[in-house]
Ligand binder design. Structure first.
Ligand code: PGA
Length: 249
């Protein structure tokens, strides 16, 4: 049975320069000649958004920012607003990634403000949540995730399009992944929490899995019924790795 339509997001993190646009062309050509039912999104560094948007043209790849500032404009040296991402061709934005939470000390409250900014600019947020290994070993993974969801999702989220990415911190860039049962259980817990918070009438949000997704495990992960797609880091940097994830069967 083919895998149901999923959302597959490539998070380039702080990688990529203009020269990479030639790398992108085989991916775009492949998607054109072999259309997929999956929704494909790339999240390059900010300077590449606009040139990539032009290179993509009408082809079926959407663009995402990797972060945004809560304000629309102002004296915030080095920051980028949701409106600027939108202006540069993004339609989505990744927020609350564990690298932002850890390396930039982002709190749930700040992330909630960033979600508000994304909605203001008409961007679809991809909110990342995830527990550390110590938290999983202590048996508190679900509690931690629920606290992150509660703190990072403003109440208006329930009436807007959004995506959740469950990314265990210990699985990001390590080659480790949770067991299929653990992924299923966490995704079900997130789904149940969303229903309690926003009501079961709210538009069902895709819940992605992220953390060491690669060609060898993509099919097994994307086939899990609770999994709405994948947030892919390292393996999205090379077309030769990303294509087999998109076309995993
Ligand atoms: P990884 O990163 O696929 O390299 O583990 C995932 C992410 O950080 O989104």
């Amino acid at each position: 049975m083919p895998i149901a339509p999923r959302l597959i997001v490539g998070n380039w993190k702080m990688n990529g320069q203009l020269a990479w646009l030639s790398e992108l062309e085989p991916l775009l050509t492949q998607l054109q000649t072999q259309p997929t039912d999956h929704r494909i999104v790339l999240a390059p560094p900010v300077p590449l958004l606009w040139p990539m948007s032009k290179a993509i043209g009408g082809r079926p790849v959407a663009l995402a920012g990797q972060d945004c500032h809560p304000e629309a404009a102002g004296a915030f040296t080095g920051d980028v607003s949701a409106e600027m991402l939108q202006d540069a061709g993004a339609t989505l934005v990744i927020l609350g990634h564990s690298e932002r939470r850890t390396l930039h000390g982002e709190s749930d409250a700040l992330i909630a403000d960033k979600l508000r900014a994304a909605f203001r600019a008409g961007l679809e947020p991809i909110l990342c949540v995830g527990e550390t290994l110590a938290e999983r070993q202590a048996g508190s993974a679900v509690t931690i995730i629920e606290l992150q969801l509660l703190g990072s999702m403003p109440v208006e989220t329930g009436s807007k399009p959004f995506t959740i990415a469950y990314e265990p911190v210990w699985a990001i860039g390590t080659g480790l992944t949770p067991d299929a049962e653990d992924i299923q259980a966490m995704h079900a817990a997130i789904r149940a929490w969303l229903a309690r918070r926003f009501g079961s009438t709210a538009k069902p949000a895709p819940i992605l899995y992220g953390g060491s997704v690669k060609p060898s495990n993509a099919s097994a992960i994307l086939r899990l019924p609770e999994v709405g797609g994948a947030l892919v880091g390292g393996a999205s940097l090379k077309t030769a790795d990303f294509l087999p994830i998109i076309y995993a069967d």
